[in-house]
Design a protein around this ligand. Structure first.
Ligand SMILES: [Zn+2]
Ligand SMILES: [Zn+2]
Length: 152
């Protein structure tokens, strides 16, 4: 069991974030729905490390507030979510469904604040790097993509 201090406080209703160089800023004006750890190989290559944490936004709550001209999108082309990052510094910002841009998740590390929620699950655990094993915690573990309906 996690201690209450690990659960975050209340979900925060207004969040801001930015890329590493600061050219691109965004805001989220409703609390995040949930968050998850991802161990997929795509996230490993995208981030250069073993795990990525992404937070699902409520539809319509995300806005780029500065530097939209520096946002570059990468489409994996296999039905995977589109990846958006700052073309100046390479800092990852968000990802969205290729056919429904309202399904959008921000990269938690880009946030300026504690969003007040904690990741609910681990996904793509079958692909975890041997040098970054999935922790032995109480969260549900999905060998492939998680099903949000099972964790929310
Ligand atoms: Zn940047
Ligand atoms: Zn991933």
């Amino acid at each position: 069991m996690s201690s209450p201090a690990d659960q975050g406080s209340e979900p925060v209703g207004h969040l801001t974030g930015k890329c590493a160089c600061g050219k691109v800023s965004f805001e989220v004006n409703q609390p995040l729905i949930g968050a998850a750890y991802c161990y997929c190989k795509r996230c490993q290559r995208r981030t250069g490390t073993g795990v990525s944490v992404t937070g699902l936004t409520q539809p319509g709550s995300f806005t780029i507030t500065e530097g939209v001209e520096s946002v570059h999108g990468y489409e994996p082309g296999d039905g995977g979510f589109d990846k958006y990052f700052c073309e100046e510094c390479g800092g990852h910002l968000y990802t969205s469904h290729p056919e429904n841009p309202d399904i959008l998740a921000i990269r938690m590390g880009a946030l300026d604040q504690d969003p007040g929620i904690r990741p609910l699950a681990h996904q793509f655990t079958d692909y975890a790097a041997p040098w970054f094993p999935v922790p032995d915690d109480d969260l549900p573990k999905f060998p492939e993509r998680l099903d949000w309906s099972q964790v929310l």
